[in-house]
Ligand binder design. Sequence first.
Ligand code: HEC
Length: 145
Amino acid sequence: MSRSVLFSRNAAALAARALRLVATGVLLTALAAVARPAAAQAGDEALVAKGDSIFKGLLGNGLCHTCHGPKGKGMKGLGPDLTDGVWLHGNGSADFVQQLVRTGVPAPKKSPTIMPPFGGMPLTTEQVTAVTAYVLSLRAKPQGK
Ligand code: HEC
């Protein structure tokens, strides 16, 4: 057997092994891509549920419900409706809501009352993230729910 034949056989075997590795890699990547959104969604739901508890004062002594109502629909003369998709102070993004919760609203546009920083309770960073997820989920619900 000539040297070049031996060489090309080895090369072919190597190429086949490389292909198998690549195929496994592609498969694993595809599997990870399928699994990831499902996990993220479950995480979001847990976060929203936690935010719901904070909003209603069951966790972290959150006071949001006293001004925005237990379902975020607002209370006359106190906090505005958070479910109507109308934002007096920003663009409705997660960054905006989180920032607003931290600072509160020292100069309200319509309400005669201010919103104190963190809604009046010292919420942790994690609790602010959770209550923000809850506020954003309110807007996503169809009207009347
Ligand atoms: C003492 C009453 C009070 C409490 C407690 C309170 N808010 Fe507010 N909130 C307000 C007022 C007042 C405004 C501004 C209304 C205005 O500008 O007329 C406001 C505004 C907001 C806005 C922006 C609405 C917009 O249209 O831009 C968000 C979001 C919000 N509050 C979330 C929360 C969350 C979450 C909590 C609990 C951590 C909370 N608030 C607790 C009174 C309150």
